[in-house]
Design a protein around this ligand. Sequence first.
Ligand SMILES: [Zn+2]
Length: 275
Amino acid sequence: MKTLFKIIAGIIIFFLLTLITQVGGIIWLMCLPLFFYINSRYPTYKRWLKPAVFLIVYCFFTFVIIPPIAGIWGRKPLPFFGKDGLKPLNRMTCLLNRHYVRLELETLVLDATEKMRQKYPGSVVAYMDANHPFYNGYPLIPHISHSDGKKLDIAFFWKNAKDEPLHRKARTFIGYGGSENPNKGEYNTTKDCEAKGYWQYGLMNKIIPKANPKKVIFDLERNRDFMRILATHPRTGKILIEPHLEDRLGLRGYNKVRFHGCHAVRHDDHLHLQL
Ligand SMILES: [Zn+2]
C-alpha cells in the first residue's frame, strides 16, 4: 500500500513539474537514482536532503544546461537580473523556465525598452510569462498560444499616489489578476463576455489578492507611449489588450492592436505581445 501511494505521488509530482516548467519532470526523473541512494545511505536526513538535491540539480539545468539547448529551437532566456531596463516582474518566471523567446522577439522588446528609456530615463519594462524553452506546439499552461517562442506578456507601467513610477511592481505579485477596470462610460468587455457564458474571462481577478488600486495606479502616459512604440515597431505582429484600454490609450487606428475574444482572459492587467 505504501509503495502504491509512493508511485501515485511520484506520477503526480512528475506531471505537475512537467506542466508548470516543461523540464522539471524529466529533471526529477533524472534525480531518482540519487533519491534511492539518499534513502539507503542517509535515511535520517532524506526529508530535506532529497528536495535540496533536486533544487540544486534543477537550478544547474535551468541556468547552465537548458539555455544553450533552447537555441536549437531559436529561443533564448530573457534576462534573469535584467538587461538595459528589461527585467522579470517576478523572478519565479525564470526559475520555472517560462521566460524563453525567439531572438527576434528579444530584439523587439529590448528595442522598445530602449526607446522608453530615452523618453523616461530609468524606466523598467517588466516581462511576465513568455514560452518554455523547447518544442513548437508545447503550450505554456494556462496560455495555450504561448507555444512557439513568439509570445510574451508584459506588465503595464504603474505609479504610486505621489505620481512616482513603480518598478517591477504590479497590482498582484505575478501581474495577472490585478486589472485596470473600465471607468464609467467605457466599454466593459468582462461583463459582456461573462454574460455570454465565458466564466473564465475575469477569473484571475477574483482569485488573486491585489494591491489597492489607489496606491498602484495605471500610468496612462507611459503605457500610451509604450503601446505606441510596440504598435509601430516593424517586428510586432499583434498586441492584445482590453478594448477599454485601447480607447483610453488612444490606440484605435493602430491595426496591430487587437481584442483577443471572450474565449481568452482579461488583458487589462498586462499586455500580450507577439511576433
Ligand atoms: Zn499572452
